[in-house]
Design a protein around this ligand. Sequence first.
Ligand SMILES: O=P(O)(O)OC[C@H]1O[C@H](O[C@H]2O[C@H](CO)[C@@H](O)[C@H](O)[C@H]2O)[C@H](O)[C@@H](O)[C@@H]1O
Length: 266
Amino acid sequence: MQKYEATELPSALNKIDQLLEGKKPAVFLDYDGCLSPIVQDPNKAFLSEAMKTTLRQLADVCSVAVVSGRDRADVEKLVGLDNLYFAGSHGFDITGPGGMQTEPGDASRALPALDKAAETLHERLQDVAGVVVERKRYAIAVHYRNVTDNQIERVKVTVDDVLHEHEELKKGLGKKIIELKPNMDWHKGKAVLWLMNELDLNKPEIMPIYIGDDITDEDAFASLQEQKYGLGILVGEHDDKTAATYRLEDVDEVRQFLEKLTQTVK
Ligand SMILES: O=P(O)(O)OC[C@H]1O[C@H](O[C@H]2O[C@H](CO)[C@@H](O)[C@H](O)[C@H]2O)[C@H](O)[C@@H](O)[C@@H]1O
């Protein structure tokens, strides 16, 4: 697995023809930090009208999926388009046009542990100002973006304690969040490969493109790198090296890239 410093990656913005190699794209997109800018309040991460229009037009010419850490129903509502596929809870919960609805990671066994852990976290963190415990169907995000510095360690220790009480769950990290997820061998990368197989996109004439900004998107970049074709594009940067091979600066560059991609495919 090749890993790179984000700042050393070339920009994908003006290289679309070269990157596509004459193939048709299949586009997989993260939500927060990719389609919508990172904001203080996770409930206010709205999609701009411009991005929505761009996504609608792209989905008219190729397969488009949003692969998010958010609850699937939540991200589906935020995007508000019915011609896209949605993989929520980091890929455990998938829907799509034509009534597709499936949970390929088999995470339902973790539901009792998730229910109990969410209840415990609410109890133990209720007096920490600014903390948000966000329950998704197959994950819990504990947000500490708005917690004062001297309370962050307490949040982290509490999450670790709760994790130790549930061997069915494992830890995940993101931008100012700690997540509790089903302790199973399933992630965004596996969801992307599952969708490609299901949508019959494993073909030489298809170029899968995954765009994301966070640590959890690394599983998808790595999956594309391992299967030796496809393109990983990192938006901005995170705290680690990346398995993506190109970069875009921010949400606005993502929109420009997707717009250009639509024009190229038309
Ligand atoms: O995989 P994603 O679609 O990128 O989802 C990752 C997490 O995104 C959300 O949290 C992040 O965005 C918030 C709004 O900008 C921000 O306040 C927070 O600090 C970020 O971590 C979402 O709330 C989580 O459930 C997702 O796991």
